[in-house]
Design a protein around this ligand. Structure first.
Ligand code: ADP
Length: 480
């Protein structure tokens, strides 16, 4: 039987692309569908259509845009089960986690539907009688949103919802591995009755899409989530046209477990921060520092709990860890494990590929990981927990800050003064204190250093998609 082919969504129409490619299920490494792809010239046409749609969309009242986003949310909610299953097929994550992703995406849509009504400006007191000063916030224009495969729906919505709320039109380019949930999202947009061209789904060779987004003068901003390396490519390209970029890049989150922590709570927190989404998250725990007096006890308890985690196809009941996304991600994780062991780390759990089809890695625990091991500074992006003991707060803060990344950090402690010192001294955009899952729709998300530029979510989430315009008005007869 031929595989179903999923379409693009261009200017209000679902169309098959000039090209198709197979989409693999990472639990079987077999294709289960095909996705459409387009050529660069068609991307340029889509940008023109988005530019035409912009004039109409930006003149919608903020309340009308808000209601449109709420309708998209309600369409998506109706198709919750279908969408969660699609995410598990294309990404591999356990079905319960796909449902979690869907709930979060719905939260994002509803949050930005409300924020649409709050893109407020201000008036500035005048210094001369004959002038008045207003600051208005206006949409930017056509936005290119580039999304990754690890949370395919949620991270796409994190861009699309605020961009539309602010009155921009959007082209979404999902990751090649995980475009199908984006097709379902496009169906919800159509069902919700958004005008044609306001939201479009494009797909093609990533470099070509990127090149068109960067060079086309009608596309005014790129919002990207992905690797730091691809982010750097976009920055280089943006230099040519001074294209504004919002970037959510890699992370290598340090975890600091102090001896004064509630150890049982810390074990559960680190498990969540490490193994959720099979470790394939930019805020996943990367290097886990545990204060020496509780180090061995913590490891014992952690191994026990990690050993209970069920790995398997995301559709199997009670599975908590799914496959890695592809062979390259598997090869990188295996190389990092070997490297750490060669450099003196102790392997306490797992360590190898599971002998079955698909890309399954055993939940792995490494202890005594030295500073010069690759996994101490590189993003791991796999269910590999790398532990190192530490002897004092100052030392561990220095080590935690010694990476090029600055996205998330985690600490477990019951000391209030220490909590404030950590808030002030850890270099990160998101800090979980006694919390392994710190992301919240209503709070800003993003990083410093090489983890990116700007913030998504929260009341800051709209900022990336609004221009600030000062209007100076000369008037007659002023004087009050
Ligand atoms: P990963 O290594 O996790 O797949 P990438 O940064 O390669 O992360 O991918 C994130 C997103 O960026 C995906 O949608 C991918 O197709 C896209 N992408 C990859 N290379 C480029 C590029 N040169 N220009 C624009 N987008 C790109």
């Amino acid at each position: 039987m031929p595989l179903p082919t999923y379409p693009l969504y261009l200017n209000g129409q679902f169309v098959l692309g000039t090209d198709q490619y197979p989409v693999l299920n990472p639990s079987t490494a077999q294709p289960f569908a095909q996705m459409s792809a387009m050529e660069r010239g068609q991307i340029a046409q889509a940008i023109s259509a988005a530019h035409e749609a912009f004039v109409g969309w930006r003149s919608f009242t903020s309340k009308a845009r808000s209601e449109a986003l709420l309708r998209v949310a309600s369409e998506l909610d109706k198709r919750r089960d279908e969408c969660a299953r699609l995410i598990t097929f294309e990404n591999g994550k356990p079905l319960s986690q796909s449902h979690g992703e869907l709930s979060m995406a719905l939260d994002h849509l509803r949050w930005f539907a409300e924020e649409a009504k709050r893109a407020e400006g201000r008036s500035i007191p005048h210094w001369v009688d004959s002038k008045r000063h207003w600051v208005v916030r206006v949409p930017i224009g056509v936005v290119g949103a580039i999304a990754p495969w690890n949370f395919p729906l949620m991270l796409a919505v994190r861009k699309v919802a605020p961009a539309l709320a602010a009155g921009n039109t959007v082209l979404l380019k999902p990751a090649r591995q995980t475009s199908l949930s984006a097709v379902l999202f496009a169906e919800c947009v159509q069902e919700a009755g958004l005008p044609k061209g306001v939201f479009q789904l494009v797909q093609g060779a990533a470099r070509e899409v990127g090149a068109e987004f960067l060079s086309n003068p009608l596309l005014r901003k790129i919002s990207f989530t992905g690797s730091t390396e691809t982010g750097q490519l976009l920055i280089r390209g943006a230099a040519e046209t001074v294209k504004p970029l919002a970037l959510e890049l890699g992370g290598a989150a340090p975890v600091l477990v102090f001896a004064d922590a509630d150890i049982a709570q810390a074990v559960e927190g680190v498990l969540a921060a490490k193994f959720r989404n099979s470790g394939q998250s930019c805020i996943a725990a990367n290097r886990i520092f545990v204060e020496r007096p509780v180090y061995e006890d913590f490891l014992q308890r952690f191994i026990e709990r990690a050993g209970e985690l069920k790995t398997g196809d995301g559709f199997e009941p009670e599975v908590q860890i799914g496959p890695l996304i592809d062979a390259a991600t598997m090869a990188r994780a295996v190389a990092q494990i070997q490297d750490a062991r060669q450099k003196g780390a102790r392997l306490l759990l797992g360590g190898g590929r599971i002998d079955r089809p698909g890309y399954f890695l055993e939940p792995t625990v490494l202890a005594d990981v030295p500073d010069h091991a690759l996994c101490a500074s590189e993003e791991i992006f796999a269910p590999v927990a790398a532990f190192t003991p530490f002897d004092g707060e100052e030392e561990v803060i220095r080590k935690a800050n010694s990476t090029r990344y600055g996205l998330a950090a985690y600490a477990f402690t019951r000391d209030l003064s220490r909590t404030f010192r950590l808030m002030e001294n850890l270099e990160c955009g998101i800090l979980g204190i006694n919390d392994g899952i710190p992301t919240a729709t209503q709070a800003p998300f993003g990083g410093c250093k090489q983890s990116g530029w700007g913030r998504e979510l929260g009341s800051e989430g709209l900022d990336a998609f609004l221009e600030t315009r000062h209007v100076s008005i000369g008037i007659q007869g002023g004087g009050s």
